[in-house]
Design a protein around this ligand. Sequence first.
Ligand code: GUN
Length: 282
Amino acid sequence: MTAQLIDGVALSRQIRSEVGARAAALAGRGRTPGLAVIVVGDDPASAVYVRNKVKACHEHGLHSVLEKYDAALSEPELLARVAALNADPAIHGILVQMPLPRHIDPQKVIAAIDTRKDVDGFSVLSAGELMSGLPGLRPCTPYGCMKLIESTGQAIKGKHAVVIGRSNTVGKPMALLLLQAHATVTVCHSATPDLAVHTRQADIVVAAVGRRNTLTAGMVKPGAIVIDVGMNRNDAGKLCGDVDFGAVREVAGWITPVPGGVGPMTITMLLVNTLQAAESQP
Ligand code: GUN
């Protein structure tokens, strides 16, 4: 049986329209949600990402400012900009695009962002809130993956979920979100001796490795939910994920495509986080 596609574009459209309505209601009460995006240097991928983030804000009634700085910007200068945005009442979310130039310590910059404005959910405090089961801002990509899993209508509680990858931005928070939803969670990574032993038992697999064909058809339990976070290029230069999509879709029950799966959800959840930050700030 061929898997049902989990359409990240359609789900994004639905959530973004809800964001637009809530943002308009908030704006009507004099508080337009505001996002500040800072980019330092001229990384071409970062330029595309930040442009899309700012565009999505404008399309859904959020205020946004894009601050672009030369790669020579010093760490104290960047920290001063973050401090100014922390104090700016028109700004409810602050995102400093990664990667930063080598002379700037990303952890120091992330730590400088007011936790209430940490819409990336990257700070130690935000991570601690997630770890402790407290309310807070969740990292956008794993948060979007949860929405994609939930959109299948299948219960997460009691299921076995396998997360492949242990990054601070995706793998680790993904595992914690699944745990919070009462899944039994296994985290696999580059030192896991036999990945297939784990993935074959999984009702839910989230692949977040950054290497194509990490998950092949023989590694998947029939009927499983497969979420592909990967963004790679194949030999023909075409965008592809970490999953051997063509073969795995014949085994899985549900699967996200690349492109059109997790990708659009990351920006969508950034809008959700900015809205949540605006709704909860005094
Ligand atoms: N660089 C690539 N993805 C992201 C992201 O989601 N947030 C930030 N701050 N930088 C990134």
